[in-house]
Structure formats: structure tokens, C-alpha cells
Design a protein around this ligand. Structure first.
Ligand code: 3H9
Length: 700
């Protein structure tokens, strides 16, 4: 039997412990599932065993099927999860699941096939397969509706939400909750079940019942999903499985589930989402930083600057229970910043997303100050002042003289050279970039920017603190715009070229949104505020080469005081404070006149060209970034785009997407654009060409 399953007879109970760290994934090829099956078979033939207790070693029961095995050959001599669960449905001695920690996907399906379930207070249950573009494929879609009813089961599976132990108990997924030691109590409880001769409860034999008509219920579910999930087949497939649970015998329902699962698991959507799952975890591994690198304890944080970024960053720390002092030497700005924080929390409370107690606790962790000296106690100081090199340098020079010797000095710059900032301090090894994205309390992405001299320990601390404040940290190198913004500039530039050549802003946005982005480039600009880019362009105008193709349409819009949503119009019009973008005919007129002034013959541009030009702009720049070592790996770029820029997750990020359509196609497309009359700016990245030449793809 595999060492990953420990089987031990404790009195009259056969205790089966899954011990496959780190999350007890139910691997086929490592024999984990076979081990459980063998243990049950052994106990069944052992007259001293009256029942089984199934539990997980370490922190959890099981995180589900081993995702890394999807799409790979399985050892035909070893049992699959479906084999095991089918066998469990025939066992005549009670099987009790002792659920602890994250119990997900196939792990929960295993527990649902047990006859009774007991859970510790730390248990978190979910059928999150939908997030991987698949569905619960080991009977979950058939058993859960039978246990808790389809109306409750369907949303859990379609959204993949996590529920705590108490919630699982209230729903009837779990029959008994334990505060103390799970193992001891589970053994006691199992013995009681056996002693009292409690019946074997098989979910597969339960009746599914529902007060409303099946057709009505399924019809509503289909409508809801069609409106909420674009280009994403898994949720609809889950509905079809639940329909099967409601209308077919259990065994036929399983067949439907299996068919739907097999279709989804080979889809590009699922491959992309699985890629992102592993990429997100891979991003935690930073070259030159050992796994056990020493870290500084961060118990107090200071944020310097109380503008939009400073307040959002402050909230991110308070949300994670970390005390933070927000400093602005301008009293008026500080008051406004603190008010913004309070207003944001109040709004979340009034939407019912936060209790007033938690809001008060978070606000209680935030202290405002007008004295820079108040950074003295902080372990981590994040500067979020105006994006101007001289201002940043002056702040860092002051921080250097006030901050604790071992404190980390971080800058939230989105463009400036961190090495230059670090050079004004006496501790460049403790200087790092923490590039938050606006709104910083909401956006998950955090670019951790390592300078030339940043020490491994500081990088390790920054990555860890990023996770602690529930961000997705990705380590990148220094260059203008780092990874995310450097690429997005190419994308926005291309969008501007497109409107100059013939498309209208809403046509570009429509094509990109149909591709799956949450928002097209022009809507994004309106949301972020067009004045920000305008200020940067004005600053950079002195260094712009006179021969460089430059689209002045955004400037022409800004000159009218139209900065986007906040001024009621930008590329679009927003009526009566609404956020709904309406086509702005005046902007269209500006665009058309602009082309005429430049002597550009406008032409009709198809959505395919729009998508390809914007995507290839991202991919090509991503390839350059990789060759310069600014991003450590292609999958890091994908994580940055999925978590920071609304790139459709079911397409896996720009670099993975390029792999799926073929790098040759990308290079050919770029060559075609370059051959067009206005395409001289297109040059295929040498890194991309090298990959093609070597028959490789991004990530190899
Ligand atoms: C499924 O069950 C399909 C069935 O319905 C049907 C079958 C027929 N497999 O997240 P962490 C690795 S689909 C393989 O940092 P945490 C992960 O890559 C599955 N590997 O830990 C990482 O590796 P590394 C449905 C997995 O404590 C390490 O474990 N289940 C799996 O922050 C630590 O991961 C899910 O979707 C896995 N299932 O969070 C749950 N899970 O160290 C997916 C993790 O090399 N998992 N790894 O980078 C999670 O959500 C979280 O990992 C969990 C723990 C909450 C469990």
C-alpha cells in the first residue's frame, strides 16, 4: 500500500488517513486513491472492523483531485476517484468523514460519498471546480443536490463559493461539529453511530425534491447564467448536470456529469484556468530568494501620502488587521484622505458587505499624522506621494534618516527608476517597489519591484506581506512601467492608432469586450481618468522624437475638460452621474476630423483586426520584457494581466493565449501589420522569433 495512506485499526474503527502533503490531493498516479480503496477493502474483510473513519493528515482533509494530472495519462492499474466512490457506494460498514481545513472539489465529493460527516471548526468546504473551467466530476453534481436540495446546491457549484463549517452544518452537509480535537471526537462519534446501529446513509439513494417545477427552476438558472458568464461553458454544464440529478436516476445522472466533465476538461478555457492556478503559485517563487529566506516581521506599517493610492494602500493593511499610520504633511490633504477611507468603509457597510463592528475595528487600526517622524516605529514604510522623481528622492532621503535601521522603504511608483530612488538612501538593499493598482484596496495585483541592490530577505518579506494583505504578488524588475504598465502602453497606443485609422472608440471597446476583457481600452481610460495620462504625456512631450507617430485625440478630448466618468464625459458620455457609457458623437466627430487633418484615409476595421492588433501588441512587448529579464517567467506576465488588467482568465493571460493560437501566427500577424501603410512601428520581438526557431513556446 502507498505510504501516502495510513491505515490503522483503532478498536473497532478502521482509520484511513490521507497523507499527501501539502493539501492531500487525491492523486491517481501516486496511488492515493488506490490506497484508500485498498484500506476499505481490507477493513471490509476484517471482522474486528465495524466501520471506517476517513481523515486527512496535516491541515486539511483533501484539496480535491490532483489538478496536475488533468490531461495527462493515468496509470490504468490504479483506481480513479470515480472507481473509489462507486465502490464506496456498495460498502456495508459505515464510513465517516472527519473534515478539517480546506475540503474541496473531489475531496468534498469523497466526503459526500461517506455515510456521515463530522467537521472541525476550521473546515472550509467548496466545490470550486468551476474556477478551473470544469465541474464537480466525481458525483458532486448528483450528490450535493440530493443532500441539501438543488436550490442550495446549484449556486454553490456555479459560483464555487467557500463555506465555513458552521454554514455547512446549517445546510446539512455536515452532521456534527467539533471544537476540540477532531480525531478523538470523530473516533468517539463513529463508535456511537455503530453502537446505536444508525443506518448507512448513501447520498446516491436520497430523493431529490423541490417545491417549484423543474422546468421553471432550470429555465431561470439558464437565463441567469447566460447573462452572467460570457464565453465560459462550465456554469451552464453544471446546470445541465443538476437537471439530470432532478430528472434521471442517479446512475444516469452520473453519466451526464461524466460526459460534461470530459468535454470541459479538454477545453481551452479549462486549460487556461488551470494554467493560471499553477502560475499564481509559481509566481511566489522568486529567483535568488531561497524558500526559507529570513523575513522581517511586519507588525506596523506607515504610508506616506494620503491621495487615492495612499488611502487605498492604507485600507489594504487595515483590512488584514495590520496597524497603519497614514502620513501627509498637508493637514487638509490628510483630513480629506481619512474622510475618503471612512466613506469607502461606510459604503461597503451600507451595501451589506461588511459589518459595522469590523468597519470600526479597521478604522481603529488607522491613525493619521502630519509628521514624517511618525514613520519611526514602522517596519514597512510605503511612499505614495506625487509621481515626480525629485519629490520621491527628497521623501526617501528624509525617510532614511528617520526610519528604523532594518525598516523596509517601499515606493509605490508606477514608472520611476527604483535604483535611482534607492541611491539617495544609505540602505539601497532595503528599498523596494510595491506597485499597487487603483483602487488599491480592491485590486488584487501587486507588482513587487526588485531594485539592483534589493536584498533577498526584503523581497521575501514583500512577497509574504503581499499575500498577507490578500494580494497576488508578482516580482518584477526595474524599467519604465515595469511589466503591466509597459505592456498596457503598447496596447493603448495601438488602440489610439486604430481610431486614427478608421475605428471608433466604442467599436474598439466592443471587440475587446467580446474577446472577454471586462472593459475595452477607452472605457478603461474613462474610468481611470483621462487627465492622468494627459499629465504624463505633457511631461514626456519634451523628450518625444519629432518623427514618432503621435495620436493627439486624447489630448483634444482632455482640452475640453472631458476627463471620463468623473466629469460626465470622456470617450463616452455619462448621463446624470450614471456609469453607463453612451456613444459620444462629439468625440466621434473629433476622431474623424483628426484623421482628415492628418491626411489619413479612414477605413472599416474588422473586430478580428482590432483584437489581434491589441493582443499582439501585448504579446510582443511581453516577449521583449522576458528577454530583458524584467519578468522572471511568461506565466508571471499572465498572472499580472489576469489579476491587474481584466484579461479574460479563461484565456489564461496574453502569453498563454499566444501559445494557444500559435507563436507563428502571432509573428505572421505582426509582419502583416508592419507591411501596412501605417505599420512601421511593428517589429517582431527577437525573443518571439527565437522561440519559433527553436520550436518552443512561452514557458518552455
Ligand atoms: C477536482 O477535484 C475535480 C473533481 O471534481 C473530479 C475529478 C474526476 N491538485 O494554494 P496553496 C498545490 S478539481 C494539485 O498555496 P493554500 C499548489 O499548486 C480540484 N496540486 O495552499 C501548491 O503547490 P506548490 C478542485 C494542488 O494552503 C501547493 O499545493 N480543488 C492542489 O494557500 C499549496 O497550494 C480545487 O480547486 C490540487 N487540487 O491553499 C482546490 N491544490 O507548493 C485547489 C493545491 O508546488 N486548491 N495544490 O506551488 C486550493 O484552492 C488551495 O490550494 C487550498 C490550500 C485552499 C486547498
Amino acid at each position: 500500500m502507498t505510504e501516502l495512506i495510513h491505515y490503522e485499526v483503532k478498536g473497532n474503527i478502521g482509520a484511513i488517513k490521507i497523507d499527501n502533503p501539502p493539501v492531500n490531493a487525491l492523486s491517481v498516479n501516486k496511488g492515493v486513491i488506490q490506497g484508500i480503496l485498498d484500506s476499505i477493502k481490507e477493513g471490509e474483510h476484517d471482522p474486528s472492523v465495524s466501520g471506517f473513519l476517513l481523515l486527512g493528515a496535516g491541515k486539511n482533509f483533501s484539496g480535491g483531485a490532483d489538478i496536475s494530472e488533468f490531461g495527462k495519462p493515468k496509470d490504468p492499474d490504479l483506481a480513479t476517484l470515480r472507481d473509489l466512490l462507486a465502490y464506496m457506494d456498495t460498502v456495508t460498514k459505515p464510513i465517516i468523514a472527519a473534515i478539517s481545513g480546506p475540503t474541496m472539489g473531489g475531496g468534498l465529493e469523497l466526503a459526500l460519498t461517506c455515510h456521515y460527516r463530522i467537521a472541525s471548526a476550521d473546515a472550509v468546504l467548496a466545490l470550486p471546480e468551476v474556477k478551473l473551467g470544469i465541474l464537480p466530476g466525481a458525483g458532486g453534481t448528483q450528490r450535493l443536490p440530493r443532500i441539501i436540495g438543488p436550490q442550495r446546491a446549484l449556486p454553490l457549484m456555479v459560483n464555487g463559493d467557500f463555506i465555513g463549517a458552521k454554514n455547512a452544518f446549517d445546510l446539512g452537509i455536515v452532521e456534527h461539529l467539533v471544537e476540540g480535537d477532531l480525531y478523538d471526537e470523530a473516533l468517539r462519534w463513529s463508535r456511537r453511530i455503530i453502537k446505536e446501529g444508525k443506518p448507512i446513509k448513501r447520498a446516491s439513494q436520497l430523493e431529490v425534491s423541490m417545491s417549484e417545477s423543474v422546468d421553471e427552476f432550470i429555465g431561470k438558472a439558464r437565463e441567469d447564467i447566460a447573462s452572467r458568464w460570457r464565453g465560459y461553458p462550465a456554469p451552464m454544464a453544471i446546470v445541465e448536470c443538476v437537471k439530470a440529478a432532478l430528472t434521471l436516476p442517479f446512475s444516469d445522472g452520473l453519466k451526464v456529469e461524466r460526459e460534461e466533465f470530459e468535454k470541459l476538461v479538454v477545453s481551452n478555457e479549462s486549460k487556461s484556468l488551470r494554467h493560471l492556478f499553477f502560475s499564481e503559485r509559481q509566481a511566489n517563487k522568486v529567483s535568488g530568494v531561497a524558500k526559507n529566506e529570513s523575513q522581517l516581521a511586519v507588525n506596523a506599517v506607515a504610508v506616506v501620502g494620503s491621495g487615492t493610492m495612499g488611502t487605498g494602500i492604507t485600507m489594504s493593511f487595515a483590512n488584514a488587521g495590520i496597524p497603519v499610520v497614514i502620513i501627509d504633511t498637508d493637514d487638509h490633504n490628510l483630513t480629506r484622505g481619512l474622510e475618503t477611507i471612512k466613506r469607502n468603509y461606510d459604503a461597503t457597510v451600507s451595501k451589506g458587505k461588511l459589518s459595522s463592528e469590523i468597519r470600526d475595528k479597521r478604522i481603529g487600526l488607522i491613525r493619521g499624522s502630519t509628521k514624517l517622524e511618525d514613520v519611526a516605529e514602522a517596519d514597512l514604510i510605503i511612499e505614495a506621494v506625487f509621481e515626480e522623481m525629485e519629490i520621491k528622492k527628497s521623501v526617501f532621503s528624509s525617510l532614511d534618516s528617520i526610519a528604523k535601521r532594518d525598516a523596509i522603504l517601499a515606493t509605490n511608483t508606477s514608472t520611476l527608476d527604483i535604483n535611482e530612488i534607492a541611491a539617495v538612501t544609505s540602505r539601497p538593499e532595503r528599498v523596494i517597489g510595491l506597485h499597487f493598482f487603483s483602487p488599491a484596496n480592491v485590486m488584487q495585483l501587486l507588482e513587487v519591484v526588485r531594485g539592483e541592490k534589493t536584498s533577498p530577505s526584503v523581497i521575501a518579506t514583500a512577497m509574504a506581506i503581499g499575500k498577507r494583505i490578500k494580494k497576488v504578488p508578482v516580482c518584477v524588475g526595474v524599467c519604465d512601467g515595469f511589466v503591466g504598465n509597459r505592456m498596457i502602453h503598447r496596447y493603448i497606443r495601438e488602440a489610439e492608432y486604430l481610431i486614427e485609422e478608421g475605428a471608433l472608440p466604442h467599436e474598439v471597446d466592443k471587440a475587446i469586450e467580446s474577446f472577454g476583457f471586462a472593459m475595452g481600452p477607452f472605457r478603461m481610460g474613462d474610468l481611470a481618468g483621462l487627465d492622468i495620462g494627459w499629465a504624463i504625456r505633457k511631461r514626456k512631450s519634451k523628450t518625444r522624437h519629432p518623427d514618432q507617430r503621435y495620436v493627439s485625440i486624447p489630448d483634444e478630448i482632455c482640452e475640453r475638460g472631458w476627463f471620463g466618468q468623473k466629469t460626465g464625459q470622456g470617450y463616452y458620455k455619462y448621463e446624470n452621474g450614471s456609469r453607463t457609457p453612451l456613444v459620444n458623437e462629439e468625440v466621434n466627430a473629433i476622431v474623424i476630423a483628426h484623421s482628415a487633418n492628418k491626411g489619413i484615409q479612414r477605413r472599416e476595421i474588422q473586430s478580428q483586426e482590432i483584437v489581434e492588433r491589441l493582443m499582439f501588441a501585448l504579446v510582443n512587448e511581453g516577449a521583449n520584457i522576458l528577454s530583458e529579464g524584467i519578468a522572471q517567467r511568461a506565466s508571471d506576465i499572465d498572472v499580472i494581466y489576469a489579476f491587474g488588467y481584466g484579461f479574460p482568465r479563461y484565456r489564461g493571460g496574453p502569453m498563454f493565449y499566444a501559445n494557444t493560437i500559435g507563436l507563428e501566427k502571432v509573428a505572421e500577424g505582426i509582419r502583416d501589420f508592419a507591411a501596412g501603410s501605417l505599420g512601421s512601428h511593428w517589429v517582431v520581438s527577437p525573443h518571439l522569433l527565437k522561440l519559433i526557431e527553436d520550436h518552443k513556446i512561452f514557458g518552455d
